[in-house]
Write a protein that binds this ligand. Structure first.
Ligand SMILES: [Zn+2]
Ligand SMILES: [Zn+2]
Length: 95
């Protein structure tokens, strides 16, 4: 019973889960900006990593939310943005 509980690593890709980017993707009706309370998608900042998951905040008072998942090309665009932000010039990389 210890499959995916190895410290703080992502169960999907094995990279540090704390470094993953949480992107809000769901808008309230009529809202122009995504609302973090409605959940979204989670992407890994490691170059080439294809890790993908959805997330939603857990509120005891609210029903479970199913976040909106963007089309595939939009996800790929977000992934590129995120993986560029994590630039190796600012620190030491451990490979
Ligand atoms: Zn990863
Ligand atoms: Zn991951």
């Amino acid at each position: 019973m210890s499959d995916h509980q190895a410290g703080d690593l992502c169960a999907q890709c094995g990279h540090a889960s704390g470094s993953h980017c949480f992107v809000a993707t769901s808008n309230k009706p009529g809202a122009s900006m995504p609302d973090p309370l409605l959940g979204g998608i989670r992407l890994c900042p490691e170059p080439q990593c294809q890790c993908f998951a959805t997330w939603s905040p857990s509120h005891p008072d609210l029903p479970t939310i199913t976040p909106w998942v963007p089309p595939r090309d939009e996800i790929e665009y977000l992934r590129e943005q995120i993986q560029q932000i994590e630039d190796p010039s600012s620190g030491t990389r451990l490979n």
